[in-house]
Design a binder for this molecule. Structure first.
Ligand SMILES: [Cu+2]
Length: 322
C-alpha cells in the first residue's frame, strides 16, 4: 500500500510539472512575456511585504502578551539572579536589533519595488560599510560572551568544603528521582548499581560505614534556605538531566559517572507561595533529557525550609542503617 501511494504521488508530481511546461510553451508561442514582472505585479507583491511586516510584528507582540506570564518567577537561588540579568541584557540588546532589521527589510522591499522609471545602482564594495558591520556585532558579542563567562565562573565555583553546606546525591532512573543526604558524618557512603535490591533502589553499599547515617528519600526532598547545597548526580540506567528551573540549575546525570552542581537557595517555599500568590506553588526537580515514555512525569518536589524546619524534617527521616 505504501509503495502504491508513493508511486501515485510521484506520478502526480511528474504530470504536474509536465502540465506547467506545456502551459509555458503555449504562452511563449502566443508571444506572452512570461518571465517579465509587470509593474502592477511588483506593486501588489510590495504591498504584501508591508502586510506581512505588520502581521509578523503583531504576532511577536501577541506572543509576549499571551505567554509572557508563563515565564519563571524571580530566581530562588543566589547565582540565578546573575543568570537572569544576563538573559535580560541579552534580550535588551537583541530585541531592538530584531525589530529594526525586520522593519528595514520589509520596508525596503516595499519602497524599492520594481519600477520601469528607475534603474538599480551598481554598488560592489565599501570598506567602510564592511568595517562597521563587522566591528559593531563583534563588540556586542564580545560584551555578551565576557559577561556570560564571568557568570559561568560564579555559577560553577566549587563550594568551600570548610564552610557549612549540605551534601545531597540525586539519582535519576526511568522514571523517578531519589535523593540521598550525607548524614552527620558529611560523607556519602559508596554506591553501585550492583547493590540495587528491593528498597535499596539507589544501590547504597551497606558494608561502607559512611552509608549508615545516609538518609534516602523519594517523592520530595528538603533543603535549608541560605545554606549552600552541593549536589552530586548519578543515573542508574540512561542519561537524565536534573533540572531545577526555579533555581536556574541543570546538570546531566550520566550512568557510570558522577556530575555535580551547587547552589544556595534564597527563598523558602512558603515565601515563594506569597511572591507568586499561588498557594499550590512547589519547587520541582524535573528531568530535562527525553528519556522514555514517562519522561514528562519524572519529577520530585523540592521544599526549601528555614534552617530549623529543615533540621527538624531531616531528624524525622530514617537513616539507611535504620
Ligand atoms: Cu529522565
Amino acid at each position: 500500500m505504501a509503495i502504491i501511494i508513493t508511486v501515485v504521488v510521484l506520478l502526480l508530481i511528474v504530470s504536474g510539472v509536465q502540465i506547467l511546461k506545456i502551459a509555458e510553451l503555449r504562452a511563449i508561442s502566443q508571444g506572452e512575456k512570461i518571465y517579465e514582472v509587470s509593474e502592477k505585479e511588483g506593486k501588489s507583491q510590495a504591498i504584501l511585504m508591508l502586510v506581512f511586516l505588520v502581521a509578523f510584528m503583531g504576532f511577536f507582540v501577541w506572543q509576549i502578551a499571551s505567554w509572557g506570564g508563563l515565564l519563571l518567577p524571580v530566581s530562588a537561588s543566589e547565582h540565578g539572579v546573575g543568570l537572569d540579568n544576563l538573559m535580560n541584557v541579552t534580550l535588551f540588546m537583541i530585541i531592538p536589533v530584531f525589530i529594526i532589521t525586520h522593519i528595514l527589510l520589509f520596508w525596503f522591499a516595499f519602497k524599492y519595488a520594481y519600477s520601469s522609471k528607475r534603474k538599480a545602482v551598481y554598488f560592489a564594495h565599501s570598506n567602510k560599510l564592511e568595517l562597521i558591520w563587522t566591528v559593531v556585532p563583534s563588540l556586542a558579542l564580545t560584551v555578551l560572551i565576557l559577561y556570560g563567562l564571568s557568570n559561568w565562573n560564579t555559577i560553577m565555583k566549587p563550594i568551600n568544603q570548610e564552610e557549612e553546606h549540605v551534601l545531597i546525591e540525586l539519582v535519576g532512573q526511568q522514571f523517578s528521582w531519589g535523593a540521598r543526604y550525607a548524614g552527620e558524618d558529611g560523607k556519602l557512603g559508596r554506591a553501585d548499581v550492583n547493590y540495587i535490591e528491593g528498597v535499596n533502589f539507589m544501590g547504597v553499599d551497606a558494608s561502607d560505614e559512611n552509608s549508615n547515617d545516609d538518609v534516602v528519600v523519594k517523592g520530595e526532598f528538603h533543603i535549608p534556605v541560605n545554606v549552600p547545597v552541593q549536589f552530586v548526580m548519578r543515573s542508574i540506567d540512561i542519561i537524565h538531566s536534573a533540572y531545577m528551573p526555579h533555581f536556574r540549575a541543570q546538570m546531566n546525570c550520566v550512568p557510570g559517572l558522577k556530575t555535580q552542581f551547587n547552589f544556595t537557595p534564597t527563598i523558602t517555599t512558603k515565601e515563594m507561595k506569597e511572591i507568586t500568590q499561588n498557594d499550590e506553588f512547589e519547587y520541582v526537580l524535573l528531568c530535562n533529557k527525553i528519556c522514555g515514555a514517562a519522561h514528562y512525569n519524572m519529577q520530585m518536589n523540592i521544599v526549601v525550609d528555614s534552617k530549623e524546619d529543615y533540621e527538624k524534617w531531616l531528624a524525622e527521616q530514617k537513616t539507611f542503617a535504620e
